[in-house]
Design a protein around this ligand. Structure first.
Ligand code: NAP
Ligand code: G4F
Length: 339
C-alpha cells in the first residue's frame, strides 16, 4: 500500500522539492496550504496538474500552523506515515520586525503539530526543519554537538522547536527527528533571500532591465548547498532505524561577496560597477560565520552533497538569465527549472 506523507510548508522552496521527491517514490502526499488573497501554489502547480501524478496523489488541504484544532483534525483524518514540518516565517531579517508572529508559527506551531501527532498518529515519523541559524555566534565548524547561540527571533523560535522535538522523542517515544540544515538554495528560492536576490539581479542587469543591486553585509559567511539534495536528506532521516538529529551542510563556507563575484562573473560582468551598500539590509544582530560539519549524516544516512558553491551559483544565475530572456514570469522561471 502507498505510504502517506503530510507536508507543512509545501508551497515553499523545500516543500515543493520534497513533494516532488515523495510523489516520485509513490507516496500519497498531503500538503497544508494557507488561504491567501492571491494564489501562491506556483511552486507545486506543475505537480498538481501532472498527468503522471496519478489518482490525485497530491492532495492540498487548508490549514495554518497557528490553528491547532485544524492540525489535530487533519492528522486524525489523514493518519500519515510521515510528517514533514517545514512551515515557518523563514526570513531572518523579517523576524526582527515580526518577532511574535515568527515565534507563534516557528515555535508554538511545532507544539501544535507534535501534540496533534501524539494523539492522532503516534506511530508516524516526524521531521522538523531546524536551522543552522540556531548556531548563531557559536564557533565553526558546527555539528550536532555544538552549543547553540542564536542571534535572532527566528533562530530562537527554531531552537524552541528543536528542543521540543527532542523532548517529545524522550517523553513520549515519538519517532521525531530534527534536520539542522545549513543554507540551501535553488532557482525556487524566494526572491528576498540573498542568493536569489543576486542571481535575479545579475540576469536583469545583463538584460539591461536593472542598473544597480543594493545589498547589506557582504562579509557574512554561509555554507550554501543545493535544495533538492537537502530534501533527500530529510527523507533519509525518516527511513533510519532510530530517530535523531542531523546536520546537513556542504562543509564549505563563502562570503556573500564571493557569491556576488561569482554570479556577476557567470555573465562576464564586473560586480564592483553595479553593487551598492544599503544599510536597510543590515540586521540588528548578524550571524557572521556558518560552516557545517555533515559527518554524522554521511556516516549514518549515507548523505553527502554533490553540488558545491561554484555550480550552485551557475545553476541559479543560468535559470534567471534563461527566465528573463524568454520573458518568463517568476513562477514560470521556477517551472522551467523543473523540466
Ligand atoms: P520558504 O520557502 O520560506 O517556505 C516556508 C513555507 O512555510 C511556505 O510554504 C509558507 O506558506 C509556509 N508557512 C509560513 N507560515 C505558515 C503558517 N502560519 N501556516 C502554514 N504554513 C506556513 O522556506 P524554505 O526555504 O522552503 O524552508 C523550509 C523550512 O526549512 C522553513 O521552516 C525554514 O525555516 C527551514 N530552513 C530553511 C533553510 C534554507 O536554507 N532554505 C535552512 C534551514 C532551515 P505560504 O506560501 O503560504 O507563505
Ligand atoms: O539569504 P539570507 O537572508 O539567509 P539567512 O539569514 O542566512 O537565513 C536563511 O538560512 C537559514 C539557515 O542558516 C534558514 F534557517 C533561514 O530560514 C533562511 O533560509 O542572508 C544570508 C546573508 C546574511 O548574513 C545577510 O545579512 O546575506 C546577508 N545579506 C547581505 N545583503 C543579505 C543582503 N541578505 C538578504 N536577505 N538581503 C540582502 O540584501
Amino acid at each position: 500500500m502507498a505510504r502517506t506523507a503530510f507536508i507543512t510548508g509545501i508551497t515553499g522552496q523545500d516543500g515543493s522539492y520534497l513533494a516532488e521527491l515523495l510523489l516520485a517514490k509513490g507516496y500519497i502526499v498531503y500538503g497544508l496550504i494557507r488561504r491567501s488573497s492571491t494564489f501562491n501554489t506556483d511552486r507545486i502547480d506543475h505537480l498538481y496538474q501532472d498527468p503522471h501524478v496519478k489518482d490525485y496523489r497530491l492532495r492540498l488541504v487548508y490549514g495554518d500552523m497557528q490553528d491547532g484544532s485544524c492540525l489535530t483534525r487533519l492528522l486524525h483524518e489523514i493518519k500519515p506515515d510521515e510528517i514533514y514540518n517545514l512551515a515557518a516565517q523563514s526570513h531572518v531579517k523579517v523576524s526582527f520586525d515580526t518577532a511574535e508572529h515568527t515565534g507563534d508559527v516557528g515555535a508554538l506551531g511545532v507544539t501544535r503539530i507534535l501534540e496533534a501527532m501524539r494523539t492522532a498518529c503516534p506511530k508516524a515519523r516526524f521531521y522538523q526543519a531546524s536551522s543552522s541559524e540556531m548556531f548563531g555566534s557559536a564557533p565553526a565548524p558546527q555539528n550536532e554537538a555544538t552549543p547553540f547561540a542564536p542571534r535572532s527571533p527566528y533562530a530562537i523560535a527554531k531552537l524552541y522547536g528543536h528542543h521540543l522535538v527532542a523532548n517529545y522523542r524522550e517523553a513520549w517515544g515519538l519517532f521525531a527527528c530534527s534536520g539542522i540544515l545549513f543554507n540551501h538554495e535553488s532557482p525556487r528560492r524566494g526572491g528576498t533571500f540573498v542568493t536569489r536576490k543576486i542571481s535575479h539581479a545579475v540576469a536583469a542587469i545583463k538584460a539591461g532591465k536593472q542598473d544597480r543591486l543594493f545589498l547589506g553585509n557582504l562579509d557574512a559567511k554561509r555554507d550554501w548547498g543545493f535544495a533538492p539534495e537537502y530534501v533527500e536528506g530529510m527523507w533519509r532521516m525518516l527511513q533510519a532505524d532510530k530517530p535523531g538529529d542531523y546536520v546537513l551542510a556542504t562543509g564549505e563556507t563563502h562570503t556573500v561577496r564571493e557569491f556576488v563575484e561569482h554570479a556577476f562573473g557567470c555573465v562576464g560582468l564586473d560586480w564592483t560597477k553595479y553593487v551598492e551598500h544599503d544599510p536597510r539590509y543590515l540586521r540588528p544582530t548578524e550571524v557572521d560565520l556558518l560552516l557545517g560539519d555533515p559527518g554524522k549524516a554521511k556516516r549514518e544516512l549515507g548523505w553527502q552533497c554533490q553540488v558545491k558553491f561554484a555550480d550552485l551559483v551557475k545553476i541559479m544565475v543560468e535559470a534567471d538569465v534563461r527566465g528573463l530572456k524568454d520573458g518568463l514570469r517568476e513562477f514560470e522561471v521556477r517551472e522551467r527549472h523543473f523540466k
